[in-house]
Design a binder for this molecule. Structure first.
Ligand code: IDP
Ligand code: MG
Length: 153
């Protein structure tokens, strides 16, 4: 089977509050990606600062911090062929008002500060971010029989 990778996805507080958890997870599953970790988590100050370490000095960080800690998020470990790239593609551009039609951010959002979903932007950040949200034994390397019809050998 083709090489697979993993990425950290968050369904942000706006997605949870708006009842979009199931809809967005369905889109991820329907694309053929496999969920290997899943939890509801309340992000605290320390985790917000670690997750968004690259942005702590940006002018929008206070708003981002308030938003991401305002309600629970759903954290997902998602696996598949080119999982990082595929999830960034289906999430769409950071600003939902500019995201390509059909992407999750375009379908469900309008504001850059409430853009529904987070996806790791590289293999390196995926590894770091997965470790922030999941202990090793919370990511399950399960066998999915449908992969025979999704992933070419
Ligand atoms: P990404 O989520 O598409 O990777 P990043 O540039 O890494 O985008 O920014 C992280 C998050 O910070 C964005 O998803 C968005 O919620 C928020 N953000 C980024 N730029 C702005 C901005 O200019 N105003 C408000 N929020 C922003
Ligand atoms: Mg980013």
């Amino acid at each position: 089977m083709a090489a697979q990778s993993r990425t950290l996805i968050l369904l942000k507080p706006d997605a949870v509050q708006r009842g979009l958890i199931g809809t967005i997870i369905s889109l991820i599953e329907q694309r053929g990606l496999k969920i290997v970790g899943l939890k509801l988590i309340q992000i605290d100050d320390a985790l917000a600062r670690r997750h968004y370490a690259a942005h702590v000095d940006k002018p929008f960080f206070p708003g981002l911090h308030k938003f991401i800690t305002s309600s629970p998020v759903v954290a997902l470990a998602v696996q598949g062929v080119n999982a990082v790239e595929v999830m960034r593609q289906i999430a769409g551009a950071t600003d939902p008002s500019k995201a390509a039609p059909g992407t999750i951010r375009a379908n469900f959002g309008l504001s850059i500060g409430m853009n529904i979903i987070h996806g790791s932007d590289s293999a390196e950040s995926a590894a770091q971010e997965l470790a922030l949200y999941f202990r090793p034994n919370e990511i399950i390397d399960w066998q999915r029989d449908a992969d025979a019809w999704i992933i070419e050998t």
